[in-house]
Design a protein around this ligand. Structure first.
Ligand SMILES: C[S@@+](CC[C@H](N)C(=O)[O-])C[C@H]1O[C@@H](n2cnc3c(N)ncnc32)[C@H](O)[C@@H]1O
Length: 375
């Protein structure tokens, strides 16, 4: 790390350390991307600590495949500070690492199959590029996603006296009751790898095809996951098949007020409705398990950082690591995300958000469409 103000690095030394050519550094200087601001004793341009910091960011974005013009926008983004930019970069690097890890796993599988004389199908060869969403965003999950005790209590009550419990779409294991005999099901390798030591055994499978016999469990639970399933109704039927009781924490995507009930979607992220177009109605979901739906209010200080969790703490949505742990932001795409966040930041600093949402500050919990399905 570059130390005090006097410490600076010559262009040659910087090139050597960073593994780039001096020509590249001169080019960055010419186009104004990274301008060395210090001078050596002999009057040559030299890189001071802030220049090196900026260069590090530029080189990381280069390595991620961004073009120089895009990089200039990212590093000069006036809306973010240095720490927020590091979080963003870190998230992108982790995504790239996870994607590469998923491809290596798929290739190892193919090499092993070829050694046994088995050829992979064209579908299998392409599947890795459309890898599970959670294989790319999953590593950001544990930063803010954890068990919310009041929701956990509702789930525990609904599980009743069930001794054996199947947790479908289990992720890193939030909400798994420690006092029952739990088996987890999770299709994403990245999520499985983040399950803590001592967590319940986890099977690599999907809800739509549970590898268990009929009625193998007292209860099956699924938390914040069915909106990711390819076929939620088929998955719920599978849960019903393998368990006597079913408990599902999910979201009611129906009703004309679905955009209106949360200020974030109403005023900043109307793209959210686009994510719900093919989503089954609450009636279809409850019918699939033969059960009922109960509202779950979101406490103002909700410990599980899901999309609606910060309804009374709007500043949280400005944090990149809060957003990276929620798939909605990845699904709406970077443009909608940036626009929504910029508008929210502006409204928070101008007092407009407070003006519109003052009434929320008096509430301890809010009805935002979250439901517990119980059968
Ligand atoms: C938002 S996370 C929820 C994880 C955990 N239940 C929790 O509450 O923290 C959604 C999880 O569903 C998983 N998932 C996606 N598609 C699935 C499917 N078809 N069957 C089962 N799980 C799936 C994802 O890999 C991810 O781990």
């Amino acid at each position: 790390m570059v130390g005090g103000v006097e410490e600076h690095l010559t262009v040659g030394r910087v090139a050597e350390l960073a593994g780039v050519t001096v020509r590249t550094l001169h080019h960055y200087d010419e186009i104004g991307l990274v301008r060395p601001s210090a001078r050596t004793a002999a009057g040559y341009r030299a890189y001071a600590a802030p220049d090196v910091e900026r260069l590090r960011e530029v080189l990381a974005y280069r390595r991620l495949g961004f073009g120089l013009r895009e990089i200039a926008d990212l590093v000069d983004d006036p809306a973010t500070d240095a720490v927020a930019r590091l979080w963003r970069l870190r998230g992108l690097l982790l995504q790239q690492r996870d994607r590469a890890a998923a491809m290596v796993t798929a290739m190892d599988r193919e090499l092993a199959a070829r050694m046994r004389g088995i050829r992979t199908t064209p579908e299998e060869q392409l599947k890795v590029f459309g890898a599970q969403l959670y294989d790319t965003i999953g590593s950001a999950y544990p930063a803010t996603r954890r068990t919310e005790p009041r929701i956990a209590a509702r789930i525990r009550d609904a599980l009743g006296d069930a001794r054996t419990v199947l947790n479908v779409g289990a992720g890193t294991g939030s909400y798994e009751p420690a006092d029952r005999d739990v088996v987890a099901v999770e299709p994403s390798a990245v999520m499985r790898a983040q399950r803590p030591v001592g967590a319940a055994p986890c099977v690599a499978a999907s809800a739509e095809r549970l590898p268990f016999a009929d009625r193998s469990f007292d209860a099956a639970m699924a938390v914040s996951t069915i909106h990711h399933w390819r076929d939620p109704v088929a998955g719920l039927r599978e849960m019903r098949r393998v368990a006597r009781r079913v408990v599902v924490f999910t979201y009611d995507a129906g009703g004309t007020d679905r955009l209106q009930r949360f200020w974030l979607t109403r005023d900043y992220l109307p793209e959210f409705t686009g994510l719900l177009t093919d989503w089954p109605s609450l009636a279809d979901l409850t019918q699939a398990i033969g059960g009922r739906a109960e509202p779950v209010l979101v406490p103002w200080d909700c410990a599980d950082g899901f999309f609606e969790a910060y309804w009374r703490r709007p500043e949280a949505y400005l944090d990149d690591h809060v957003r990276r742990a929620v798939s909605v932001w990845t699904k709406v795409g970077p443009q909608a995300e940036r626009r929504a966040v910029d508008a929210l930041r502006e409204d928070l600093s101008s007092g407009r958000w407070a003006e519109r949402n003052r009434h929320l500050l008096a509430l301890d919990a809010a009805e935002l469409g979250l439901r517990l399905l119980v059968a």
